[in-house]
Design a binder for this molecule. Structure first.
Ligand code: NAD
Ligand code: ZN
Length: 381
């Protein structure tokens, strides 16, 4: 059954990025009805992740403008399109930048979350169903971002990119699980898999890296070495179980050598959460030979190329990467929300700032100055 509102255009406020690096402008947009296999969501809370900032700056990424950014959010389903059977108006949901169609070889594999149909595509600004945008201003299309575009009071998302969660979960907290925190947590718990008593280096102590540190703490790692160029991050990181700190700027040799000296040859696991190519290489080279595993999480620039001597691989160092911490968004995210509900996972310490939607550009400033971990953007009531 498709509800009546599912056929209506909604006029609402959205923050539009008209040009790279220019402040977002709150505009009145028209949000078209959800088409087949799509849902329209009323966004209540959204937060800013560094990936939004990269695509807004578009320095190392394909520029797609005008665009509505945003991909960490919590909301309530307003209406559903044809063929949507497992979501209904009123469901509490988290939209996710990567999807799970539940039918392709990846979705059927226990090892992969790289859905063939709904895998992240940062260059696409339209819906996959019909190649069109659901947002417009006076008839001019405004592009989507990673299928979520949550910097809008209403957005249209493919059903495969929507996780239905416990309605008792506070959306102003669990919205951060939509991307960054789950990514960091899963990168450690699902991919790096440190054992009890092991050593783990975390490169980049933003929200993603601190979530990776939280994963290391939950796994029982005994040494968690935080690496960041911003020493201000070290105070905060103590709350997340980071036991030691290394600022690469304090040394005149590569940070991988510093870490090898600190750990008798290298760490057991490392997780890179910076997006910096140099940090990715260091994160790989700082793991112990024989068994060390490095996991890359940061989003690289478009033209980056990873360079290391192949002997590192022959010496049995393993290099891995992950999207969304290897979680399948629809199947696994509800249980990450439950980790918060059961008080295993604390989200409050990640949320350092909050602004009303009208001040969304402040969230960008906080992130660019390195002041915030996560800034929650509260949508109008
Ligand atoms: P953030 O900006 O809050 O944190 C990044 C931190 O890395 C900062 O503290 C910065 O000082 C530090 N840093 C930068 N260059 C460094 C270097 N060379 N050495 C050491 N530290 C360095 O960002 P965030 O929101 O925590 O996101 C981290 C990364 O994860 C970003 O690249 C983001 O795009 C990416 N990300 C990836 C996925 C995925 O699924 N793979 C999902 C979400 C975010
Ligand atoms: Zn799939």
């Amino acid at each position: 059954m498709v509800s009546n509102t599912a056929r209506k255009i909604i006029r609402c406020k959205a923050a539009v990025a008209w040009e790279a690096g220019k402040p977002l402008v709150i505009e009145e947009v028209e949000v078209a009805p959800p088409q087949a296999n799509e849902v329209r969501i009323k966004i209540l809370f959204t937060s800013l992740c560094h990936t939004d900032v990269y695509f807004w700056e578009a320095k190392g990424q394909t520029p797609v403008f005008p665009r509505i950014l945003g991909h960490e959010a919590g909301g309530i389903v307003e209406s559903v399109g044809e063929g949507v059977t497992d979501l209904k108006p009123g469901d509490h949901v988290l939209p996710v930048f990567t999807g799970e169609c539940k039918e392709c070889q990846h979705c059927k594999s226990e090892e992969s979350n790289m859905c063939d149909l709904l895998r992240i595509n940062t260059d696409r600004g339209v819906m996959i169903g019909d190649g069109k945008s659901r947002f417009s201003i006076k008839g001019k299309p405004i592009y989507h971002f990673v299928g979520t575009s949550t910097f809008s009071e209403y957005t249209v998302v493919h059903v495969g990119q929507v996780a239905k969660i416990n309605p008792a979960a506070p959306l102003e907290k669990v919205c951060v699980l939509s991307c960054g925190i789950s990514t960091g947590l899963g990168a450690t718990l699902n991919v790096a898999k440190p054992t009890k008593g092991s050593s783990v280096a975390i490169f980049g102590l933003g929200a993603v890296g601190l979530a990776a540190a939280e994963g290391a703490r939950l796994a029982g790692a005994s040494r968690i070495i935080g690496v960041d160029l911003n020493s201000k991050r070290f105070t905060e990181a103590k709350k997340f179980g980071v036991t030691e700190f290394v600022n690469p700027k304090d040394y005149d040799k590569p940070v991988q050598e510093v870490i090898a000296e600190l750990t008798n040859g290298g760490v057991d696991r490392s997780v890179e959460c910076t997006g910096s190519l140099g940090a990715m290489i260091s994160a790989f080279e700082c793991v112990h030979d024989g068994w060390g595993v490095a996991v890359l999480v940061g989003v690289p620039n478009k033209d980056d190329a990873f360079k290391t001597h192949p002997i590192n691989l022959l010496n049995e160092k393993t290099l891995k990467g992950t999207f969304f911490g290897n979680y399948k968004p629809r199947s696994d995210l509800p249980s990450v929300v439950e980790m918060y509900m059961n008080k295993e996972l604390e989200l409050e310490k990640f949320i350092t700032h909050e602004v009303p939607f009208s001040e969304i550009n402040k969230a960008f400033e906080y992130m660019l100055t390195g002041e915030s971990l996560r800034c929650i953007i509260r949508m109008p009531a």
